[in-house]
Design a protein around this ligand. Structure first.
Ligand SMILES: Cc1cc2nc3c(=O)[nH]c(=O)nc-3n(C[C@H](O)[C@H](O)[C@H](O)COP(=O)(O)OP(=O)(O)OC[C@H]3O[C@@H](n4cnc5c(N)ncnc54)[C@H](O)[C@@H]3O)c2cc1C
Length: 625
C-alpha cells in the first residue's frame, strides 16, 4: 500500500494531480514494523522508509514503537523546518523520530504556501536581500540572523530542494529556474511551483524523509508536553540569562495518539529535541492557516521554561476569501500585483482614498484600509475584483485559486470575490540563537514557532520557508559540531545516557492512572472556549489595536486561561483539550505582550483614543516573556 493510498480519498485527490504531473514523482515505500502491518508499494524504488501511523495501532503498539526506537533526535512537526532538520541529521547518521499530530503529514502550513521561496536573483547579493528584510522588519531584526539567512539561504535551497529532495520548480524555456519579483523585494529572487509552491516543497521533503532509513515518521501523535528533567522546578522567567543557568533540560516529549478513543501519553526520550510545530493563525477568527496551527509549540516551550519573544507581532494578510461557514483561503498578493481592485459593497474602488499606492500599498496598510472600510460601512467583508483580465490568462496564472473558487460556485473571471484580512504569519516565538538552540538545554526550535530574530516586527514575503530550511540545517550542523572530537563524543554519550535514565517531570494526567478515570470533554465546550479566544484576539489584538482593547484582552484571556486549565485538568486527555490548553496559554501571551507594547511598529499597530498612533515613551521593543 502506498503513502498516498492510506489517506482519505479527499486528501489523496488533493495531492494526486500534483504528484501525477511531476516527472520525478516516486511513490513512497513506507514500512510499518515491530509486528505491525508492513506497507509495500508497486514502486520500483529501492529505498525503504518508515511511516508509522499511530491511529492504526493501539496504545500498547505505540508505546512499543516509541520504546524500542533508538532516537538521537526527536523532531516535533514535519513541515519544512522539521523535514529540513530531520533530513540533514539523518544524513549524518543520527536516528531521527519525526512526529506530527496530523493523520495526514501534509496537513501543515508549509503545504499551503502559495507564492514561493527566496533563492537568488541573477544580480543579487546577500547585502541587498538583508536590506530588504531589515526594511520589512522595521529595523528591529537581529542583523546576525538576517545575515545568516542571506548568506546561507541559496546554498540550503540547492542542497535540500534541488539535491536531497528535488522540487519541480517552474523553469524558463532555457531550463533555468524561473525567478519572480514579490512585494518589497528589490530583486526578482523568488522561485515557485505554479501558485502552490508549498505543496511541491512539502511533498518532496516528506517523500525524501519517509524514504530515509534513519527517519521514522510517526503520524497521528500529538506532543502534549516537552519532557523535562524533574530537578529544574524553580524556573525564573525573568531573563534569557537566568534561564540558561538552569539545570533543567529537555529530554524528549510526552506523546499521545490522536484517535477519538485516546489514550495514554507515552514519553519519547531523546538527547535532543527540535520544536518545529509551526504557527498560530487558528487562534484568530479569520486566518489563512490550516486548523492545526493552534500554537502548541509556543505553549509547550513556555511551560517547559524556554524564553519567548516578540509575541505581539502577528502578521495579517489583507485578502483571504470570505465565505460563511468556510475556512478562509488565501488570495495571493500577486492578484493585486496583476491589477485586482478592492471595492466596497457599494461598488466604489476605495484603496486610493486611504493610500496613494492604492492596492499596491504595503501589506499592513492594505489590511488596515480593508478593516477601516468594513467598519465605516458596517460590512462583513470587501470585494476583490480581477474580472477585467483575460479569462484564459487568469486561469493559467492562478490555477489553484481558480479551482478553489470554482469548487465553491465562484468564478473570478466574471465576478468580484468576497475578502477579509486574516492572521497569516507569526513573527515572534521561541527565542533561538543562530544555531537554533533555545534557552532550554536540549531543546532546539526552527520554522514559524521559532523567533530567530530574522523577521523583527514584520516578515518580508517568502522568507519563512527559507528560514525553516536554514535553521533546520543549522540545528543538524550544530549537533554534528557538538559530537565532534573525543570530548564531543563523550559528552554525547553522557547526554544520551541521561536521556534514557533521568527522572522526568510527570504529566498530571498520568499520575496514578488519573487520565482514564476522568470524563471525556464535551466537544461543544471545547468549541465554545476556542470561539471566545478567537473572537477576543480578532477584535482586540487584530489588525488595528487600541490600548483599552489590549488591556481588556489581556485580563479577559487570563481569566479564560484559568478556566481552561481547570477544564483541562478535570477531563480526559484528547487532541482537542491539549490544543485548547495550548491555545488559551498562547493567546494570553500574545495579548499580554501586545498590551505591554504601546508603540506602533511593524505588524503591531496601536491607535489611541484620538485615532492617532500611540506615541508614548520609548518602550523596550523586545519584551521577554
Ligand atoms: C496560505 C499560506 C501561504 C503562505 N505562503 C508562503 C510563501 O509563499 N512563502 C513563504 O516563505 N511562506 C509562506 N507561508 C508561510 C509558511 O508556509 C510557513 O511559515 C512555514 O511553512 C512554516 O513551516 P513550519 O515547518 O515551521 O510549520 P508547519 O509547516 O506548519 O508544520 C508544523 C508541523 O507541526 C505539527 N504539530 C503542531 N503541533 C504539534 C504537536 N503538538 N505535536 C506534534 N506535531 C505538531 C503539525 O502537524 C505540522 O506537521 C504561507 C503560509 C500560509 C498559511
Amino acid at each position: 500500500m502506498s503513502f498516498l493510498a492510506h489517506r482519505s480519498l479527499q486528501q489523496a485527490s488533493k495531492i494526486s494531480s500534483a504528484a501525477a504531473s511531476r516527472s520525478n514523482s516516486r511513490i513512497y515505500i513506507l514500512a510499518q514494523r515491530l509486528g505491525l502491518t508492513t506497507l509495500n508499494s508497486s514502486s520500483s524504488s529501492s529505498s525503504r522508509g518508515l511511516h508509522y501511523q499511530a491511529a492504526l495501532g493501539s496504545d500498547a503498539d505505540v508505546a512499543r514503537v516509541v520504546r524500542e526506537r533508538q532516537t538521537d533526535l526527536l523532531v516535533l512537526g514535519c513541515g519544512v523546518a522539521g523535514c529540513a532538520a530531520a533530513l540533514k541529521a539523518a544524513e549524518q547518521g543520527l536516528k531521527v523520530t519525526m512526529v506530527t499530530s496530523a493523520t495526514d503529514p501534509l496537513d501543515c502550513n508549509s503545504f499551503w504556501a502559495q507564492g514561493g521561496i527566496i533563492y537568488k536573483a541573477t544580480d543579487d547579493s546577500p547585502s541587498l536581500l538583508s536590506s530588504d528584510i531589515m526594511v520589512a522588519g522595521a529595523g528591529v531584526n537581529d542583523p546576525l540572523a538576517v545575515e545568516k539567512l542571506a548568506m546561507k539561504g541559496p546554498g540550503c535551497v540547492e542542497d535540500l530542494l534541488l539535491r536531497l529532495a528535488p522540487v519541480p520548480f517552474d523553469r524558463k524555456p532555457d531550463g533555468g529556474l524561473a525567478l519572480c519579483l514579490e512585494a518589497s523585494h528589490n530583486r526578482a529572487r523568488i522561485i515557485h511551483w505554479r501558485d502552490h509552491t508549498g505543496r511541491a516543497i512539502t511533498e518532496s521533503l516528506q517523500q525524501a524523509a519517509a524514504s530515509h532509513l534513519n527517519i521514522l515518521l510517526l503520524s497521528g501523535m500529538t506532543a502534549v508536553d516537552l519532557a523535562v528533567t524533574e530537578d529544574g522546578g524553580k524556573v525564573s522567567r525573568d531573563s534569557l540569562a537566568n534561564k540558561q543557568q538552569q539545570q533543567r533540560r529537555c529530554l524528549g516529549a510526552h506523546l499521545m495518539r490522536v484517535t477519538p478513543d485516546a489514550t495514554e501519553p507515552v514519553a519519547l526520550r531523546a538527547p535532543a529535541t527540535v520544536l518545529a510545530t509551526g504557527g498560530l493563525g487558528e487562534l484568530y477568527q479569520h486566518t489563512s492557516n490550516p486548523a492545526s496551527a493552534r500554537g502548541d509549540g509556543f505553549a509547550m516551550a513556555f511551560r517547559a521554561g524556554a524564553a519567548l519573544q516578540n509575541m505581539e507581532y502577528v502578521q495579517f494578510h489583507p485578502t483571504t476569501l470570505h465565505l460563511p461557514g468556510e475556512r478562509s483561503f488565501l488570495l495571493t498578493e500577486a492578484l493585486r500585483g496583476e491589477g485586482a481592485r478592492l471595492i466596497n459593497l457599494e461598488g466604489e474602488a476605495f484603496a486610493t482614498r486611504y493610500h496613494p499606492q492604492g492596492e499596491l500599498a504595503p501589506r499592513d496598510v492594505v489590511s488596515r484600509m480593508i478593516v477601516s472600510e468594513m467598519s465605516r460601512t458596517g460590512a462583513s467583508h470587501m470585494l476583490l475584483d480581477i474580472s477585467h483580465r483575460e479569462k484564459g490568462w487568469l486561469r493559467g496564472r492562478f490555477p489553484s485559486i481558480d479551482a478553489h473558487c470554482r469548487a465553491r460556485g465562484l468564478d473570478m473571471t466574471r465576478q468580484a470575490l468576497p475578502v477579509v484580512p486574516a492572521a497569516h504569519y507569526f513573527c515572534g516565538g521561541v527565542v533561538t540563537d543562530l544555531e537554533g538552540q533555545t534557552s532550554l538545554p536540549g531543546l532546539f526550535a526552527a520554522g514559524e514557532v521559532a523567533c530567530t530574530g530574522l523577521h523583527g516586527a514584520n516578515r518580508l514575503a517568502s522568507t519563512s520557508l527559507l528560514e525553516g530550511l536554514v535553521w533546520g540545517v543549522a540545528i543538524a550542523e550544530q549537533l554534528k559540531t557538538a559530537r565532534a572530537g573525543k570530548d564531543g563524543e563523550k559528552a554525547a554519550i553522557a547526554i544520551s545516557n541521561m536521556a534514557q535514565k533521568a527522572e522526568l517531570a510527570p504529566l498530571g494526567h498520568s499520575v496514578n492512572g488519573a487520565n482514564q478515570s476522568l470524563p471525556a470533554a464535551k466537544p461543544e465546550q471545547v468549541d465554545a472556549y476556542m470561539a471566545e479566544i478567537r473572537r477576543t484576539l480578532w477584535e482586540n489584538v487584530g489588525v488595528v489595536r487600541r490600548p483599552e482593547g489590549l488591556e481588556h484582552a489581556s485580563c479577559y484571556l487570563r481569566r479564560i486561561e484559568a478556566e481552561v486549565l481547570r477544564f483541562y485538568a478535570s477531563t480526559r486527555l484528547s487532541k482537542e483539550t491539549v490544543s485548547l490548553r495550548n491555545a488559551a496559554e498562547t493567546a494570553r501571551l500574545i495579548a499580554r505582550a501586545a498590551a505591554r507594547n504601546t508603540q506602533s511598529i511593524g505588524t503591531h499597530y496601536v491607535e489611541s483614543d484620538e485615532g492617532e498612533e500611540a506615541d508614548e515613551e520609548e518602550q523596550e521593543r523586545k519584551l521577554m516573556l
